[in-house]
Design a protein. Structure first.
Length: 528
């Protein structure tokens, strides 16, 4: 199984993948056709910010299970396109936070004390002491745009240096801001009050060009630091604002287009300090993100929960062993339910009863949907199952009750068009042995794999014999059988577990007997 790595990551991550038995291939400079060729047989792709993972690249990778981002920002990955194709996207949201925050602090000081400019002059042999008069951070106001992980770390560090903190982040609580000693306000007020403004949002349609000419005017006399993403700040407007003295300076680690064009107007302005996207480039951060990403990839390829997945149902690692057997059970129940259902599905309901109702079941529900949609969609998995339901206008509901009848836990999948429905309930015997225990209210006991025949019949003598004979005549061996009925002489439902496939004409043969209401064959083998 090939893991393709297209941006440099620390050896510790590569080693971890190799130790887990994967074939690790690095292609750090691959582009275009070479990149498409390299990814064509990969089951996992690991990138940093240097690889654009778009729909075209995903289409070139039919076997891809996961894209791992060894870092935080995922603006270079088309997550919707990955979700459409059932590909997990996971990042490493913690490993480089300190590095990014330290770089931000360094950049703020670099700009405030003109360190790079003075350095260059001295290297050139010039003692330009009288030309540089800096600004202290202590006692000044820091405006923070985006008070997430990095923003909070910067708030702590620069708060300790003696800066007053004011922040704009519509998605953070007052309580959290209070704990950091930051005052929350709107963007305009933050810019009006700040002596230094530092940006720490992701690049999204909402944040693109959030700081343009008008906003930069509000920061008059101040400094702007951007170690988050290029494209949040309008680069031309910034170059102009620093050049004409509206701003005292700026420090940038990130750019709208990377590598930065040598002709960028930013490079013509002395008071603009630049670094080539180095925020995460420390030994510790790179080791952290590489190993964390390798762990996510290994988990995905072993069908274990991917803790930092951005587009798949999350599940707690400690709880995973408890829900794991239900994941398969729910999928099979979904497959059986849809296999027995004839109408148009408007709704899929997944009911949890007993102990399982205490667990986080998003992944189990997604797995039930995977079972339901498998006959309809070629590439359905727990990543895109919810989206497929939404696209098809199918409502998905989940219900939980701590009460369960005779079983400790029960998972039921119900498919319905609002009028008719098929309900399939499953449980686990002895903790991990899956059984289908009810179909449409009939109590059954079926081992849910292999070949299954479900017959509804009038409860009259000889039916079981008839089915046995027809199957026997076609050399189809019965491995197990369970007969459930409502009332004596009423309707009955019988489930047969069989050793081989039941051809359509054999099903027709069985159905032609007037005692049989309906016979349906289901192939529950697991190959795609
Ligand atoms: N230069 C570098 O090498 C590095 C850059 N980064 C970048 O730093 C940025 C922040 O990373 P984290 O703090 O880990 O992300 P995060 O997701 O923890 O925090 C982002 C914060 O921005 C806020 N936000 C989102 N939209 C907003 C809007 N329209 N207005 C105001 N606030 C908004 C969110 O509520 C959140 O609190 C990301 O862009 C990331 O890619 C991160 C690490 C290294
Ligand atoms: O983690 C992030 O968001 C970063 O910007 C780091 O990017 P990089 O991995 O150094 O290309």
């Amino acid at each position: 199984m090939k893991v393709l790595v297209t941006d440099p990551i620390a050896d510790a991550g590569l080693d971890r993948l190799r130790e887990a038995g994967f074939d690790v291939v690095t292609a750090y400079d691959a582009e275009g056709d070479r990149l498409h060729e390299a990814v064509s047989d990969a089951v996992a792709l690991i990138v940093r910010s240097g690889t654009e993972v778009d729909a075209e690249l995903l289409d070139a990778a039919p076997d891809l299970v996961i894209v791992g981002r060894a870092g935080i920002g995922v603006d270079n990955i088309d997550i919707d396109a990955a979700t459409d194709r059932g590909v997990i996207v996971a990042n490493a949201p913690e490993g480089n936070v300190r590095a990014a925050a330290e770089h931000t602090v360094a950049m703020a000081f670099a700009a405030a004390r003109s360190i790079p400019q003075a350095h260059v002059r001295l290297k050139d042999g010039e003692w330009a002491k009288s030309e540089f008069l800096g600004t202290e951070l202590n006692g000044k106001t820091l405006g923070i745009v985006g008070l997430g992980r990095v923003g909070q770390e910067v708030a702590k560090k620069l708060g300790n240096i003696g800066m007053d903190l004011v922040a704009y982040d519509p998605y953070i609580s007052e309580t959290r801001a209070d704990q950091l000693g930051a005052e929350l306000s709107d963007l305009e007020t933050v810019l009006d009050r700040a002596d230094f403004c530092t940006v720490h949002t992701p690049l999204t349609p909402e944040t693109a060009n959030m700081l343009g000419e008008e906003q930069l005017q509000r920061l008059e006399g101040g400094y702007l630091v951007n170690c988050a993403r290029g494209g949040i700040v309008d680069e031309e407007a910034l170059a102009a604002a620093v050049a004409d003295g509206t701003l005292k300076g700026a420090a940038l680690d990130v750019f709208a287009d990377e590598p930065l064009d040598p002709d960028s107007p930013l490079l013509d302005v002395d008071e603009v300090v630049v670094t080539p996207h180095l925020g995460a480039s420390t030994e510790a951060a790179q080791e952290n993100v590489a190993t964390s990403t390798a762990d996510q990839v290994v988990a995905a390829l072993n069908e274990e929960p991917v803790i930092n997945a951005l587009n798949a149902p999350s599940v707690d690692r400690a709880a995973f062993p408890r829900i794991r057997p239900y994941i398969d059970l729910a999928e099979t129940a979904g497959r059986i339910a849809v296999g027995l259902y004839d109408g148009r599905i408007n709704e899929v309901e997944v009911e949890y009863a007993g102990d399982i109702a205490e667990e986080e079941v998003d992944l189990v529900t997604a797995s039930a949907l995977r079972g339901v949609f498998r006959p309809l969609e070629s590439r359905v998995n727990t990543v895109n199952a919810n989206q497929i339901a939404e696209e098809r206008g199918i409502d998905v509901t989940e219900s939980k009750t701590s009460q369960s009848d005779v079983f400790q836990s029960r998972v039921s999948v119900i498919v319905t068009d609002g009028d008719s429905e098929v309900r399939v309930c499953g449980t686990l015997f002895a903790g991990d042995d899956p059984r289908i225990v009810q179909i449409d209210g009939y109590r059954v006991d079926a081992i849910p794999h292999g070949h299954m025949l479900v017959a509804r019949n009038h409860d009259k003598p000889g039916v079981i014999g008839l089915i046995g004979t027809v199957l026997g005549d076609h050399d189809i061996n019965i491995a197990g059988m369970f007969n459930g009925r409502e009332t004596i002489g009423g309707e009955a439902l019988t489930v047969y577990s069989l050793d081989s496939e039941v051809p359509e004409d054999v099903v027709d043969d069985i159905e032609s007997d007037e005692r049989i209401i309906r016979a349906q064959y289901l192939d529950l083998n697991n190959e795609e």
